[in-house]
Design a protein around this ligand. Structure first.
Ligand code: PLP
Length: 400
């Protein structure tokens, strides 16, 4: 039946992370002690008061369809939290709730992009941006950056990538996979370029609360509020409140775009799960100390990881400033040989070697558009981070 598949799926590149993931799982199934530093989600459990709100919703029979763009009280809570956290004023009609930030991004791409459009994506980028753009028929245009510049692209490289076909740009800071936050100067210069070119800006703010400098959330609109009519913000409860499985995210932006997203969602998934919406409501309006506690933990683990990694010869990384990821340059080991004789050639090669030799799972940088690096997650117990890095150091020392 393979020949019957649509071109769109035939062209879709399989995730480069899948091979490693499958291997990690099969090793684990064989009883091998794998330390998993590849996780893309918090290791904490959803806070109790949030779970209780969902249980109550079920018991009260809140189990039917809701309005497609979300229950009114959740859309209001999103607007209130945005006002409190960002100082930005929106109406509930400018919010659509989706099945995770990922669906919000997917819907936005469907609503905004089409064949002939180009969309700028700043590398290293979140794995799903290019396929989401491609599934809308548009072309992702990748703008590179360098480790030396803390993975911040140069404004002139972004300007050079803009053509008459460029329709939009996707931003993500704090960033998955780099753990970096774009500087104020970069954001200001970028804002003035994007204003001049009139591009649609999708600001993926999913890690906005997970920053280690004690600063409140910041994005392109806090830097340049005059970009409001060309910007859509995407966020959700997954990372901030340890709620990845609940699948609640949203988009906030100009009402005509939000209506278009609702129309698309109304013909695909309809509303996000009713009881998960109630849980997300409690997350936003309930006590916020859980967020600060988790952030403090991530900050401590970031430091632990950074201190241990920087002791290993040949590895380099900018110190993580937020999220729960470090993006580490392993390229000084490329060209070396494993004890088996196998040569390490790229990020997939080093990742597979570390999995086999050190029994540590990481994610190859090629999946994020930078083949020199590996992404290592510190959403793991301190002991796992320490042991995992010790094992990596030992495995690297065997390369010659
Ligand atoms: C996890 C993640 C998302 C998706 O979040 P969900 O709300 O769980 O769909 C979007 N963008 C980035 C950068 C992420 O890391």
């Amino acid at each position: 039946m393979k020949e019957k598949l649509a071109t769109r799926v035939k062209q879709l590149k399989p995730s480069a992370t899948l091979a490693v993931n499958a291997k990690a799982k099969s090793l684990k199934a064989k009883g091998i002690d794998i330390i998993n530093l590849s996780a893309g989600e918090p290791d904490f459990d959803t806070p109790d008061h949030i779970k209780t709100a969902a249980i109550k919703a079920i018991e009260e029979g809140f189990t039917r369809y809701t309005p497609v763009p979300g229950i009114p009280e959740l859309r209001e809570a999103i607007v209130s939290r945005l006002a409190e956290d960002y100082g930005l004023t929106y109406k509930p009609e400018e919010v659509v709730v989706s099945c995770g930030a990922k669906q919000a991004l997917f819907n936005l791409a469907q609503a905004l992009f089409e064949p002939g459009d180009e969309v700028l994506i700043l590398a290293p980028y979140w794995v799903s941006y290019p396929p989401i753009v491609e599934l809308a028929g548009a072309k992702p245009v990748i703008v590179p950056s360098s480790r030396e510049n803390n993975f911040e692209p140069r404004i002139e490289d972004i300007a050079k990538a803009i053509t008459p076909k460029t329709k939009g740009i996707i931003l993500n800071s704090p960033s998955n996979p780099t753990g970096q936050i774009y500087s104020r100067k970069f954001m200001e210069e970028l804002a003035s370029l994007l204003k001049e070119k009139g591009l649609v800006i999708i600001s993926d703010d999913i890690y906005d609360k997970l920053r280690f400098d004690g600063h409140g959330p910041e994005n392109i609109l806090t830097v340049a509020p005059d970009l409001k009519d060309q910007t859509i913000m995407v966020n959700g409860v997954s990372k901030t409140y340890a709620m990845t499985g609940w699948r609640i995210g949203w988009a906030i932006g100009p009402e005509d775009i939000i209506k278009a997203v609702s129309k698309i969602q109304g013909q695909s998934t309809s509303n996000a799960t009713s009881v998960a919406q109630k849980a997300a409501l409690e997350a936003l309006v309930g006590p916020q100390d859980c967020v600060a506690e988790m952030c403090t933990s991530f900050k401590r683990r970031a430091k632990l990881l950074y201190d241990e990694i920087t002791k290993i010869p040949g590895l380099s990384l900018p110190e993580p400033k937020g999220t729960f990821y470090a993006f580490i340059d392993f390229s000084s080991y490329y060209g070396k040989k494993a004890p088996s004789g196998q040569e390490i050639r790229d990020s997939l090669g080093i990742c597979e070697y570390l999995l086999e030799e050190a029994k540590v799972a990481t994610v190859p940088g090629v999946a994020f558009g930078d083949d020199r690096c590996l992404r290592i997650s510190f959403a793991s117990a301190d002991e796992d981070i320490k042991q995992g890095i010790a094992r990596i150091a030992e495995a690297l020392s065997k390369l010659g």
